[in-house]
Design a protein around this ligand. Structure first.
Ligand code: FAD
Length: 307
């Protein structure tokens, strides 16, 4: 992993850095750019705007690494409220939810996380939409795939996320590329050691293409989460090669990242879904975005220096 990226991801766990980031003058602008508001109503408003522009949406109620059952229950309530709102506003056909299992207590009680995830999936089914479970650091991969596997027995449309930076991911793609599956492929956003993940970004890109080929050759619904223009181009070509029509796979990008490109792809007939985070627990999410993109980081650092 590149030194700057691993430095930021390591600093993200430091309380002094957390306080500095929270109080820096540029933070508010960055949060507003990448987070669609603090509550369900603002997320619905942003989501509706994207749907009206021809895009699909996946709503992410921010929060992770919960160590408390009461907070996990709060996350469930937020998702139930969001699912009801998607149904009531009539956008459930174009908008689903993305959930981090660590926000549902996965780190301290896997069976609690499964039980809470079941409630979210049952409500999603009733509201006419789907759920995709985000993938977090590699210590949770087996647990997340176990939970997703259990959920898929009742709700085959439950989506999983696989990270191209992990050595294991080509095998996971092959295992999950069957009928009815929904898999989001992304590069991976966490600080991972070289014994589990490719340290070289070029190797990650090569792995992404290998994994994309496996998903496109399979029978499932493939979701490509990337802003990388080279990967978007390669996947568009590979999809034609595998005779995949737009709508039998989709591109996904994060809210606030390459919005013109999202519209351009949709204008070319591709299905494009925007990952739309909302809520107050934006810190971990924001730090991963800073680590990914030097342009975001320099914008933020300028605001700290000019205090
Ligand atoms: P990068 O490697 O960040 O960028 C490659 C190149 O793309 C850059 O060099 C630049 O040329 C271009 N580029 C990138 N961003 C921009 C921009 N804003 N403007 C112009 N050019 C740009 N990670 C997880 O670990 N777990 C998850 O569950 C997860 N879910 C995700 C869901 C979605 C919808 C997306 C899009 C990402 C998700 N991620 C997740 C994050 C992902 O793993 C990557 O960390 C993140 O997407 C950055 O990788 P990238 O493929 O976008 O390209």
């Amino acid at each position: 992993m590149e030194p700057l990226r691993s430095l930021i991801l390591a600093a993200a766990r430091n309380n002094a850095v957390r306080d500095l980031v929270a109080s820096a003058p540029g933070t508010r602008a960055l949060v507003e750019r990448f987070v669609a508001g603090a509550d369900t109503a603002s997320a619905i408003e942003a989501g509706r705007g994207l749907v009206d522009a021809g895009l699909s949406v996946t709503m992410d109620y921010l929060g992770e690494d919960t160590t408390d059952a009461a907070l996990a229950e709060q996350s469930v309530q937020a998702y139930l409220e969001m699912l009801d709102a998607l149904r009531v506003t009539g956008i459930a056909g174009q908008a689903e939810v993305s959930v981090k299992l660590s926000a549902l207590g996965q780190r301290f009680d896997e069976s609690l996380a499964l039980a809470l995830a079941e409630r979210i999936c049952a409500r999603a089914q009733r509201c006419g939409t789907t759920v995709t479970f985000d993938m977090e650091d590699h210590r949770t991969t087996d647990s997340t795939l176990r939970i997703v596997g259990a959920l898929r027995r009742e709700w085959p449309w439950v989506g999983a996320v696989l990270q191209a930076y992990l050595y294991r991911t080509a095998a996971d793609c092959a295992a999950l590329a069957g009928p009815e599956s929904r898999v989001r492929l992304c590069k991976g956003a966490y600080a991972e050691p070289a014994d589990v993940a490719y340290p070289d970004p070029h190797e990650v890109d090569l792995s992404y293409v290998r994994c994309a080929n496996i998903l496109l050759a399979g029978d499932g619904y493939a979701m490509f989460g990337t802003h990388d223009p080279r990967l978007v181009r390669i996947i568009t070509e590979r999809a034609r090669w595998y005779d995949r029509k737009p709508g039998s796979y989709e591109f996904q990008m994060l809210y606030g990242m390459r919005p013109q490109e999202q519209l351009r792809l949709a204008g070319e007939g591709e299905k494009v879904r925007v990952y739309l985070p909302y809520g107050r627990q934006w810190y971990g999410y924001l730090m991963r975005r800073l680590a990914e993109r030097p342009a975001n980081l320099s914008f933020f650092l300028r605001s700290v220096v000019s205090r």
